[in-house]
Design a protein around this ligand. Structure first.
Ligand code: GLU
Length: 332
């Protein structure tokens, strides 16, 4: 069955006003057949230059190349990514706005930010989980410690001198830092940024002592020695950083988390268009050059179906709700 016929068949089922519906069906089918006839935007809810932005730009460029229309990345950082998500939830559900969600905006923010102008679960529809992403604990390179144990001792000895940054209140990176403080009984002052790129600049300048970030945002700095990695948050070491222990190995057995990046559209986007975007996103991440670049950055290319992302997302929501409650981080 052609896409046109499939849409017509679906919409005509149970139609009360066949004439009107047929007209709507025809318009939608025409729209899907023409799609995309102009450029698309990809909303990235964190600052430019950070890990979310780096991976989003890779995928956007590849999808744009394949669809013959530019996919333009728009960075809308702030409030832990909820400013960008609010904007994407407001724009028309026509398939011309893609939302680049991550674990923080899709699975944690709904429990942290109680007064959002949108409903994350109702307003967004899964397209594809693009990549799984380890997180890493980074310190300013002048902090006089060699490993995690020494860093914990240093923070205990200097409670008033410790500042740590994150990509926003309630993000996985903020939660990681709070968990770190809880597990190590240490203190420090949190500073929230619009993304980890501006936080990293402050860490390198010495304003911040430590931060957690998605590995792709730090891998080059770690290799160049401009920042130092004390541990990764995953259950096993990461192949691009064989000498960096997991935090569990380094002395915090209960410490384990990971991030992920995924593409969503606004709910209500025509089905045929969502399916096209799913196919394009999968193709982009499976492209050997893109997949290799994602691996070089320390992440894992996934390229899941929309259905798999839906299942995974529900499991992540169930996982993060109690963790947010335990850390007592909800904002009213
Ligand atoms: N590190 C990401 C960025 O600023 C944000 C990740 C997160 O908060 O989950 O691009």
């Amino acid at each position: 069955m052609t896409s046109l016929r499939r849409i017509a068949a679906r919409l005509a089922t149970g139609a009360l006003m066949p004439g009107l519906l047929a007209a709507a069906t025809f318009a939608q089918a025409q729209e899907a057949a023409r799609y995309p006839d102009r450029q698309l935007r990809m909303v990235v809810p964190f600052a430019a230059g950070g890990p979310t932005d780096i991976i989003a730009r890779l995928v956007a460029a590849k999808m744009g190349e394949s669809m013959g229309r530019a996919v333009v990345v728009e960075n809308r950082g702030g409030a832990g990514g909820t400013i960008g998500a609010a904007e994407a939830a407001r724009l028309p559900a026509d398939g011309y706005t893609l939302m680049f969600h991550n674990v923080s905006t899709a699975a944690i923010a709904p429990f942290v930010y109680r007064k959002l102008t949108y409903d994350t679960v109702r307003d967004f529809t899964p397209i594809s989980r693009l990549a799984d992403v380890p997180n890493v604990l980074i310190i300013n390179r002048d902090v006089p410690v060699k490993n995690l144990k020494e860093f914990i001792a240093f923070t205990r000895a200097n409670p008033n001198r410790i500042n740590y940054g994150s990509s926003g209140i309630g993000t996985v990176l903020h939660l990681s830092a709070e968990l770190f403080k809880q597990l190590t009984s240490t203190e420090g002052t949190h500073v929230a940024y619009k993304g980890s790129a501006p936080a990293t600049a402050e860490l390198m300048a010495g304003t911040l002592t430590f931060l957690f970030d998605n590995l792709p945002g730090q891998i080059e700095g770690i290799r160049a020695g401009t920042v130092r990695a004390l541990g990764v948050t995953t259950g096993t070491r990461v192949s691009v950083l064989p000498d960096v222990p997991t935090l569990a190995e380094a002395g915090l057995p209960a410490f384990r988390n990971a991030s992920w990046f995924a593409l969503f559209v606004r709910s209500g986007t025509p089905h045929e268009i969502s399916r096209r975007l799913e196919a394009e996103a999968i193709k982009a991440v499976q492209d050997p050059t893109v997949a290799q670049r994602i691996r070089d950055l320390g992440a894992i290319p996934i390229a899941s179906s929309a259905e798999d992302l839906g299942r995974f997302w529900r499991a992540e929501l169930d996982l993060w709700r109690p963790l947010v409650e335990r850390l007592n981080l909800s904002l009213d």
